[in-house]
Ligand binder design. Structure first.
Ligand SMILES: [Zn+2]
Length: 274
């Protein structure tokens, strides 16, 4: 009997392709504009002198995922007080056209409808507007949360949760956000100690893999540039390996969150992917 069970499990595994989308409630995904970052010194984005003397303008993106009645906001972009401004900050020029709250209002979503704010990592260009969603449960890598609690400068946009004002769920490995296998935070440490990417399995569009900052732009993926400021070089390379293998195995549409060329991979807001 035990053996028969084993054979049945094996049959189920080989007959279900990795890319099969699990069933679940109605799901949609929007790309939100969360700012622009002009880098005057791209050299910092590889510790092997890959981009010496180059500059690049990156996009900052956030994503709204609706599963039935519940919403996940993935990353919260540059701080809202940048709206309508252009600010120089240590070799970067930062700007923000519209806040997340403004964009959500356009599609009739209130801030208190956001069940989860999931962070790829704690950096300022990913956590900037988190405080605008105080009733959301914060989903964050366990080791990133430890890093945030250790140094207050990192905690600024997350103070509400640091001080116990909001619910925090720290994520140790991968995490199935809605419990139906369709939206998964994937452990991809290296850029920061608790960094995560996000796999979203949409019924019509298919699997979409959001990079977080495993990569910052396309050339970065092609030549595996590891930024000198990453927290761990070996972990960064291991995460790049895992990211690319998952993308290949599930046949995912890869979106590098900071890559302007990847904006067109999802419908233009306010349209959504399904
Ligand atoms: Zn970033």
């Amino acid at each position: 009997m035990k053996r028969l069970f084993g054979i049945l499990v094996w049959l189920a595994m080989v007959s279900a392709p990795a890319s099969a989308i699990p069933a679940g409630p109605d799901i949609s995904m929007w790309r939100l504009d969360c700012g622009e970052i002009h880098l005057s010194n791209l050299d910092e984005y590889s510790d092997t002198y890959q981009y010496v003397g180059k500059q690049k303008t990156l996009t900052a993106s956030c994503y709204l995922i609706r599963s039935g009645e519940r919403f996940l906001l993935w990353d919260t972009g540059l701080p809202a007080d940048l709206k309508g401004q252009s600010k120089e900050d240590s070799g970067m020029r930062l700007s923000l056209r519209s806040t997340i709250r403004d964009q959500l209002a356009r599609i009739g979503v209130r801030p208190d409808q956001i069940s989860f704010v999931g962070l790829s990592h704690y950096h300022f260009d990913h956590s900037g507007q988190a405080a605008d969603f105080p009733s959301a449960t914060l989903l964050v890598g366990e080791r990133d949360w430890a890093a945030v609690r250790e140094r207050e400068a990192r905690a600024k946009p997350l103070l509400h949760w640091v001080k116990g004002g909001g619910k925090v769920e720290t994520v140790a490995g991968d995490h199935d956000v809605f419990g139906d296998g369709r939206v998964t935070m994937l452990s991809m440490p290296g850029h920061t100690p608790g960094h995560r990417s996000l796999l979203v399995r949409l019924p019509s569009t298919g699997p979409v893999l959001l990079s977080g900052d495993v990569y910052h732009f396309e050339e970065n993926r092609a030549n595996r540039g590891v930024p000198g400021f990453n927290s761990d070089r070996a972990d960064s390379l291991a995460s790049m390996d895992r990211f690319d293998r998952i993308a290949r195995n599930v046949g995912a549409r890869v979106i590098i969150q900071h890559e302007p060329a990847d904006i067109a991979k999802l419908p233009a807001f306010p349209s959504s992917a399904h």
